[in-house]
Design a protein around this ligand. Structure first.
Ligand code: ATP
Length: 246
């Protein structure tokens, strides 16, 4: 494994284990899992922006879930920010998640808490104790995502783009080396999506690696970068000329 990589996958296969299928196999009827991807090899270094593209159901979310240990890695080798995915136990998962940031299409904010409380909650849950340091960290990340002065807004009082900025601020709280973003611009209009892409570009420029699944080719046109195509159960790096026509 490359000591400088923040993500490394070697000969990985990804499966969904289905309880109904498992039940069938107990009865001697065969399969217990559905293979989504196989032969996945990937190395990502600090400060890289990597897009994941492919049709609905091609496995982009499944790969991201494997990287944040929502789906267990059962075949091949995988390291994420120094954590060995094959050796992860359930109790190790929160420690991995403190070292990475995760951003979803639907923001996944605490809807009954304001901006400040959404961030405060995460810092307390990840072991921060000193209120002064907590306040200073919250001010720092809100500044990074241009949401200063919105601390007391509730999520429903924010635009979609602002809610996604808050989700990104939350992902930045513990200075992650990697951000995994699953269609972060999927619910946004072009102007808001553009702002989110600018924000990710600034995060990448600070040395954080970002893996982003997207159906939005204009994201890639705007910030061309390494792109992986998910197709027929495999992942392959593609030549940007083939999708951008440049
Ligand atoms: N929890 C699950 N249990 C069983 N199969 C699943 C589960 N989640 C996803 N799948 C299957 O795994 C395959 C890959 O799905 P995945 O969500 O990773 O695709 P995707 O490329 O992210 O799609 P989208 O672009 O819609 O987000 C699909 O065939 C899907 O039906």
């Amino acid at each position: 494994m490359n000591p400088n990589a923040v993500i490394e996958l070697r000969d990985v296969a990804i499966f969904h284990f289905d309880d109904a299928l498992r039940e069938a196999s107990f009865r001697g009827n065969g399969r217990t899992s559905d293979m989504v991807l196989s032969d996945v090899n990937l190395t990502v270094f600090p400060g890289e922006l990597v897009y994941l593209i492919g049709r609905v159901g091609s496995g982009k979310s499944s790969l991201l879930k494997t990287l944040y240990a929502e789906l267990p890695l059962r075949e091949g080798g995988g390291m994420v920010v120094g954590f060995d995915l094959r050796r992860m136990r359930r109790k190790d998962v929160p420690y991995l998640r403190r070292r990475i940031g995760i951003v979803f299409q639907d923001y996944q904010l605490l809807t009954d808490r304001n901006v400040f409380q959404n961030l405060h909650f995460v810092l307390k849950a990840t072991g921060w104790k000193n209120e002064l340091q907590i306040r200073s960290k919250i001010a720092e990340v809100l500044d990074m995502v241009s949401l200063q002065n919105k601390e007391y807004k509730m999520p429903f009082q924010l635009s979609g783009g602002e809610q996604q900025r808050l989700a990104i601020a939350r992902a930045l709280l513990n200075n992650p080396q990697v951000i995994l973003a699953d269609e972060p611009t999927g619910n946004l209009d072009p102007a808001a999506a553009d702002g989110i892409m600018q924000l990710f570009a600034s995060i990448v420029a600070r040395g954080c690696a970002v893996l982003m699944s997207t159906h939005n080719i204009s994201n890639i046109q705007q910030y061309p970068s390494r792109t992986l195509r998910f197709h027929q159960g495999k992942v392959a790096e593609i030549d940007l000329h083939s999708i951008l026509g440049i």
